[in-house]
Write a new protein. Structure first.
Length: 275
């Protein structure tokens, strides 16, 4: 069977589609990636071209297919305790929070993908705050990866950076047919809430947070989308709260409310308004 090729014009339309849906800017170098990820959906619907598949998406006749396409075009690569210095800072902040036990310590993993980041956060908070008042919210635009996050079942290779004591306390090693995998402990899973959020639209009522993780996401946004996304998110950051981004990212010319305290680590000054 001859493979269906995606034309330059069709790719241009998919660039517009994913930007409108998720604020993601796909460079021209991603043409082959788009074709490979959507090929299964073109075949599933018995279509003869990517253009026909795009017309299906735009017809509003199959809204569930739009979500499937967004899921497939969203990059979701992560592992436990990625960028360890952020978790060292989180530990310091959580230990400080023990002195104000009536105030719940809340963390948002805003692009949580399949959940490794959110559960890494939860391990640190469970270690530092035990059964005290703390919460973790994990969100993503992809319904598919959120299902995996709630299942909390991962290849053991994803856990190479998990401290040995945490691995023993918070994870169950798979046996027999599940060998080579781990399952996050039920008690820890119960402290993490996952919800579908599109950062490129008005945010739902999530409350306010002491720490927000928005890591390795802005590289997919253009400058204006970055400004709008960060503005919305900073409005949910408590005064004195910390905003963490990827090491390859910067908030220069993106937001003038947050102050940089270290590379990839920002803080909302007390008394500062989001703008």
């Amino acid at each position: 069977m001859t493979a269906i090729l995606i034309t330059d014009q069709e790719f241009l339309h998919f660039q517009r589609f994913i930007h409108d849906a998720a604020g993601i800017t796909l460079p021209s170098s991603k043409k082959a990636l788009v074709a490979s990820r959507l090929a299964c959906r073109v075949a599933e619907h018995g279509l003869g071209s990517y253009g026909q598949y795009l017309r299906l998406l735009m017809s509003q006749a199959a809204p569930e297919e739009v979500q499937t396409a967004v899921d497939l075009l969203t990059t979701n690569e992560t592992y436990f305790f990625r960028e360890m210095k952020h978790f060292k800072l989180l530990r310091e902040l959580a230990l400080e929070a023990r002195h104000r036990p009536t105030d719940s310590f809340r963390v948002w993993s805003a692009a949580s993908s399949s959940g490794e980041e959110a559960y890494s956060v939860a391990m640190v908070l469970a270690d530092c705050l035990a059964d005290g008042p703390w919460e973790v919210v994990g969100s993503d635009i992809s319904a598919r990866v959120l299902q995996r996050a709630r299942a909390a079942h991962y290849p053991m290779a994803r856990a190479n950076h998990v401290p040995a004591t945490y691995l023993k306390r918070f994870c169950l090693r798979g046996l027999d047919e599940y060998e080579g995998t781990l399952l996050v402990d039920r008690k820890l899973r119960s402290r993490v809430q996952f919800t579908q959020v599109n950062l490129n639209t008005t945010l739902p009522q999530l409350g306010t947070f002491d720490v927000i993780f928005l890591r390795n996401v802005m590289i997919y946004f253009n400058d204006e989308t970055k400004r709008q996304v960060v503005l919305r998110m900073v409005s949910l950051l408590k005064p004195g709260g910390h905003f963490l981004i990827g090491h390859s990212e910067s908030l220069n010319r993106v937001n003038d409310t947050l102050e940089q305290v270290a590379p990839s680590i920002y803080r909302r000054p007390r008394g500062a308004s989001a703008r």
